[in-house]
Design a protein around this ligand. Structure first.
Ligand code: ADP
Ligand code: MG
Length: 355
């Protein structure tokens, strides 16, 4: 396995029951219509807090390469997790308001991109919101509705402007100008990890692959052994976890969905989900059920899917028009509304509508 860089040993900790139930919950499924031959090699494991799978053409080294990819995913989890007290992110959150902290290459790279997108989206996506996320603790047994005074205490200072990134001789450092800033990269870590794994696969000669990190899908090239696009199923946000509403046709791109139905708790008949509006500190409330973003960078798609859910449909469309004009980035999105309807910015990526 030495031919793959950056690998570490890791334990196999398969929890099959958990994996099966989470596979059913995945927001997006990759559909292979009659193409799953014995010519590919795949691996599925629970990592980054979700079910991750990677599929590549079978070769003599494909199994070792997949091992290397999952070893890297485990390492990245130890960098980015906000829920692991021993992660690099947790260490940064503990001390970066006292003095600048030197970041690892991966954390520096993701944080640089995250700050850029936070500014571009006018803080609809804001990685400085960690303290507010922790108050709600949505997705954990201790989830609760915080008192307004608790939100007011942290929200005004939990903003990207209070994060200072600098390049020094020692490397990239981060400094928080408020103690209320806690980083949360939950809305971009899977996207970044998918991009990172894609680069690793490409560096090892892989021309065709699908990386699915808990519904965050990134494709390389065309569908295995064909000249066809990949077919990616988008979940019906009003239906059961395995019901597909639309089928997208893409190649070499990422599809990332953010939805209000994924992680939530209910209290007195009200549903509180895990995407927060940084303006209110409360779960975002508009007529969107989910947003799927399609573009080359999975990091960007992940951040924008969360940001668009917060912005709502009109602002997202204005953002897309503006960003294409200014940065030439080709980004498409599919919006699902609470009345069961949907809208897409590009009908040519929609292959089919499932019944
Ligand atoms: P998922 O994690 O289910 O794929 P998202 O990519 O939308 O969904 O990320 C949601 C997570 O991002 C939340 O669990 C929280 O940790 C964090 N978060 C919530 N609201 C925001 C926001 N407005 N900006 C940035 N991060 C957020
Ligand atoms: Mg996201």
């Amino acid at each position: 396995m030495e031919q793959f860089t950056g690998m570490k040993n890791f334990e196999h900790k398969k929890n099959i029951t958990r994996i099966v139930s989470l596979v059913l919950c995945a927001a997006i499924s990759v559909l292979f219509f009659g193409c799953r031959l014995n010519k590919t090699d795949s691996k599925t494991e629970f990592v980054l807090g979700t079910v991750c799978s990677i599929e590549i053409p079978k070769t003599k080294t494909s199994a070792a390469l997949l091992e290397a990819c999952f070893s890297e995913l485990r390492r990245l989890e130890k960098v980015f997790s906000a829920n692991d007290a021993s992660s690099e992110l947790s260490a940064v959150n503990k001390t970066a308001y006292k003095a600048p902290v030197v970041l690892s290459e991966n954390l520096a790279a993701l944080l640089t991109q995250a700050l850029d997108i936070a500014h571009k989206t006018d803080k609809a996506f804001d990685p400085a919101i960690g303290a507010v996320v922790k108050l709600w603790n949505i997705g954990f047994d201790t989830a609760r509705i915080p008192a307004q005074s608790e939100i007011d205490n942290v929200l005004p200072e939990a903003i990207v402007e209070n994060i200072k990134l600098e390049n020094s001789d020692a490397g990239t450092t981060v400094f928080f100008t408020s103690e209320k800033v806690k980083l949360d990269l939950g809305a971009v870590a899977k996207g970044y990890s998918a991009d990172y794994i894609a680069a690793l696969l490409k560096a090892n000669g892989v021309k065709s692959a699908v990386i699915n990190l808990g519904g965050n899908v990134l494709t390389i090239g065309k569908k295995f052994f064909t000249n066809d696009n990949w077919k990616i199923g988008l979940r019906n946000p009003s239906g059961s976890a395995d019901s597909v509403k639309l089928i997208l046709s893409i190649s070499g791109k990422s599809v990332v969905t953010s939805g209000i139905y994924e992680r939530y708790f209910e209290k007195n008949g009200v549903r509180y989900h895990h995407v927060l509006d940084p303006k209110t500190g409360y779960p975002v409330k508009n007529n969107l059920m989910s947003v799927s973003v399609v573009c080359e960078s999975s990091t960007y798609a992940d951040a924008l899917a969360t940001g668009f859910l917060v912005m709502g449909y009109e602002k997202s469309i204005a953002f897309l028009k503006q960003s294409e004009k200014m940065h030439g980035e080709k980004v498409d999105a599919v919006f699902f509304f609470d009345d069961g309807s949907w809208k897409s910015t590009n009908d040519s990526i929609i292959l089919d509508m499932a019944k």
